[in-house]
Design a binder for this molecule. Sequence first.
Ligand code: SAM
Length: 234
Amino acid sequence: MVDFSDFDRRGYRTVDVRTGYGQWVGSYERTVEDAMDIAVLDRLAVPRWSAVRRAADLGCGTGRTGGWLRGHGAASVDGVDLTPEMLAAARARGAHDRLVEADLADTGLPGGAYDLVVSSLVDEHLADLGPLYREAHRLARPGGLFVLVGLHPYFIMAAGMPTHFDGADGEPIAITTHVHLVSEHLTAGLAAGWRLAEMREAVVDDAWIALKPKWEKYRSHPVSAAYVWARPEE
Ligand SMILES: C[S@@+](CC[C@H](N)C(=O)[O-])C[C@H]1O[C@@H](n2cnc3c(N)ncnc32)[C@H](O)[C@@H]1O
C-alpha cells in the first residue's frame, strides 16, 4: 500500500467524492478525456460488448461509460453512483435503464444478474479495492465479466497529481485520491473469486500530447490501465 500524500505535488484543497463531483458536474464532460478510458475500452479484445444483455455501471457518473456501452450494442445498463448531481446528468442523458444512488460497495442491485459489470475512472477514489471487487463479483452472473479501467498508479505517482477540477472561482480543488498498485488490483480481484482474462496499459502517446502538449515530459509513461476479469462458471 502506498499513500497519495507521499506523491502529492499540488497540495490542492481536498474535498470528499460527493462534494467534489457535486461541484464538478457542470464542466465534468468538457474536462475528462476519452483517451483516458474510452480509448482503452476500445482496445480490449475479450469483451463482446454487443452480446451484453444486461450491464451494471458502478460509479456511472454522468453516463459517459453507459452511453458508450449502449453505442456498442449493450441492451441495457443499470448505473450506481454516490453523487446525486452526477446521477441527474446521467438521467438526462438517458443511457441507463435504472439509476441508483448508493455506494458501489453495496448497490442493492440483484445478484448474479449481469453479463458485464463495468467501473471506469472510479477506483482512485476508493480507500480499499476489496468492496468493489466483491460487489462486482456478487452482481455478475457465472461466466460474466468485470471490466475496470482507471488511472494508472504509476501516472498518479509520477505526476503527483490528484483527480481535480476548477471550482467556480477558478481554484483547483482535489477530490480524495488513493493510489492502488497493480498488485492490489490483482490481490483484490483474485480474493473476490475473479479470474484475470485480459489486462491493457495505455501510455502517453502522440494522441495524448496533441490533447495535452505539457505532457511531453510524460511521453511513453503509463497513464491508464484496464483489467478484464471473468467470473468462473459454476
Ligand atoms: C471520474 S467519475 C467517473 C464517471 C464515469 N464512470 C465516467 O467514466 O465518466 C467518478 C464517479 O465515481 C463516483 N464514485 C466515487 N466513489 C464512489 C463510491 N464509493 N460509490 C459510488 N460512486 C462513487 C463519483 O460520484 C463520480 O460520479
